[in-house]
Each structure stands twice: as C-alpha cells, then as structure tokens.
Design a protein around this ligand. Structure first.
Ligand SMILES: Nc1nc2c(ncn2[C@@H]2O[C@H](COP(=O)(O)OP(=O)(O)O)[C@@H](O)[C@H]2O)c(=O)[nH]1
Ligand SMILES: [Mg+2]
Length: 327
C-alpha cells in the first residue's frame, strides 16, 4: 500500500516535466478545462455566433445551457437578467456581442474571488489549516503549496493532522521528503489537535515562516468531524490566538453541486477563509466555480489542474474565463 503511494508520488514530477505536456500554465489550464468548455461555452458559442436575431427563444436556450453546466440557478439568473436588460436597451446588436457580454459578466462574477494568499513576513509562523472531505485533494494540495511557497523562499513545515489512517501520515511525509521540509507527525490514532499544537510549538521554536496543517476528511460522523476541527482551532489558539491565519477548504470540482454543499457546511461549522478548487482537469463540472463564487463570496486562493507538484496556481479570474472561452 505504501509502496503504491510512493511510486505514485514519485512518478508525478516526471509527468510534469514531460515534453508532451503543454509548457505554460495557461495552455495546461485550457487543456484541463476542455470538458467544461465543451459543456459550458461551446454550446453557447454555437447558439450565439452568426445570429442576427436575438429572441426570447435563444435566451431560453442559453439559460438551459448554463443550468446544465453546473453554473447554478442564482448565477444563471444573474447572467440572463443582465443579458435581457442589455437586449432591451438595444445595447447588443448580434450574437457575437451577446456572447462577449456573457463572457464579461462571467468574469465579473469570479473577479471578487481573486484574492491571492499573501504570507506576511512579520507573521511567524503563518498557519494554514487545511480542511475538506476525504479524497478532495487536501494532502496533494499541501504538497503543491509547500513547493509553491518554497519557491517563494519561505521556510515551510507540515503537520500530519490526518491521524485517521496510517497511509495519510505516510503520504504527507512523502510530500515532505519531496519538498525537503520537516513534517511533524505522530502515530495513527493520535489526537489531531495535539499533533498540530506540537507542530505549532516546533515551528515557533525553529523560526519557520509557514506551517501547513493537514486534517482528516472523515470521522465516524460528520458532526464528529466538525467538532474535531473546532477543537483543533481552539487548541491552536491557546498557543497563539491569531492562529489559524487561514482556514483553507479543498474542494473537488468533479463533485459539482456537492462541492458547494460542502463549503457551506464547513463554513457554517468552522469559518472558512479561502478555497482551493482541485481536479478542474478532466471534469465537465468546472462551471461549479461560478456557483461557488456567487454563493460563498470567499477568496478562491488556488486551483488544481493535475496530480503533479506544479499543477497548482493562484486563481486568476481573467485567465480562468479566457481559458474557458478560447478554443
Ligand atoms: N486530476 C487531479 N487529481 C488530483 C488533484 N488534486 C488531487 N488529486 C488526486 O486526488 C486523489 C486524492 O487526493 P488526496 O490529496 O489524497 O486527498 P485527501 O484525502 O483530501 O487528502 C489523489 O489521487 C490525488 O492525486 C487535481 O488537481 N487533479
Ligand atoms: Mg489526505
């Protein structure tokens, strides 16, 4: 089991450096979003482009297209309302103009969520508590984040707060080795709050700039999980009342509407300050980002577009919408 994990994690950097993969992040993002683009934007382009008459029937078809692409009812309503108003005011003269208008409006929905995660030099250690359900990509994202901030010349330490399974601890340790950074861990079954408390003490003692704490995504019940995360925050705050500085939820985009439900639940229980949306590569449900942006109004800090160490980037609204619209 562990060998499998090791093999898998070690294989990733090769894949990332491979010549076959498009080099720039934008082209990889475009490639990753191809299924979402096929579902969300291509159909609209087919409906709009070349059209001289913009009638109610066409708008209805656009509305259906948005709804079936996981954009969500509220976001769809907002987009359609704006489109209808502009049509009534005769501001849009053809399909091309309407299509571009929609593109701008979609960018406007995401723009407020483009708030990068800045680690201030004077906060030592800055603590990121990473939460989310099992399999959403927490541990992988932590490995990628460690790499990202290390490249930014930060000293980074990890805390193996998912003590539910031995494999979870091992998986984080492998990411620690790959990034050549310390990982504070205890035995499987250890108290998560205690592990993270120890890590915080160690990070303070060693003058580490960034501590990233992993957590379990599944306990015996959902309410147990939320209670445990509340306890983690309480215990951490005893040592340093300003921690955690960031409570980062990792959401699996392939879950569509369920990803939105998850962030609502976690936010209500523990207060989320940032979002990472993973697995945007290869899903047709990437439209969920618009529903999440509108419903939560929380910073989307990073997006994940693959399993490799470089497949994570700060979220940029313009880049994202461009990747969705450009064939
Ligand atoms: N395709 C793809 N897979 C990802 C991404 N992020 C994580 N994964 C994979 O999702 C699976 C679960 O990830 P893991 O980090 O163990 O999730 P955790 O249970 O939340 O810690 C692993 O196989 C990861 O390699 C991503 O952005 N894209
Ligand atoms: Mg994990």
């Amino acid at each position: 089991m562990f060998d499998f994990l090791k093999r898998k994690n070690q294989a990733a950097p090769e894949a990332t450096n491979s010549q076959e993969k498009p080099s720039g992040f934008f082209s990889r993002l475009k490639q990753g979003l191809s299924k979402t683009r096929a579902k969300l934007t291509r159909g609209m382009a087919n409906l709009f482009l070349g059209k001289k008459e913009l009638d109610a029937n066409l708008i209805e078809q656009i509305e259906m297209q948005l709804l079936t692409a996981d954009v969500g009812v509220e976001t769809t309503e907002q987009l359609i309302r704006s489109l209808t108003q502009k049509l009534a005011r005769k501001e849009l003269h053809d399909g091309e103009a309407a299509f571009q208008c929609l593109r701008e409006e979609m960018k406007n929905i995401l723009q407020p969520c483009e708030v990068p995660l800045i680690i201030p030099d004077e906060t030592k250690p800055y603590v990121i508590l990473v939460v989310g359900i099992n399999g959403s990509g927490k541990t992988t994202t932590i490995g990628k984040l460690a790499n990202y901030f290390k490249q930014d010349k930060k000293t980074v330490m990890l805390a193996a707060g998912d003590t539910f399974r031995a494999a979870a601890i091992e998986q984080l340790q492998i990411w620690g080795e790959r990034n050549q950074i310390p990982v504070i861990a205890q035995q499987p079954g250890a108290d998560t709050a205690a592990v993270i408390y120890d890590a915080l003490e160690a990070a303070k003692a060693r003058g580490i700039q960034l501590l990233i704490a992993d957590t379990a995504g599944r306990l015996h019940t959902q309410s147990n999980l939320m209670a445990e995360l509340q306890k983690v925050k309480r215990v951490m705050a005893k040592l340093d009342p300003t921690t955690p500085h960031e409570t980062l939820i990792v959401l699996d985009a392939t879950l569509g509407q369920n990803a939105l439900n998850q962030v609502k639940q976690f936010h209500q229980a523990i207060g989320v300050t940032g979002i990472v949306l993973t697995k945007l590569d290869g899903t047709a449900k990437g439209g969920i980002i618009f529903a999440i942006a509108k419903a939560m109004q929380l910073p989307i800090r990073f997006i994940g577009i693959g399993e490799g160490i470089d497949d994570l980037r700060p979220f940029e609204a313009g880049e994202f919408v461009d990747a969705l619209f450009e064939e």
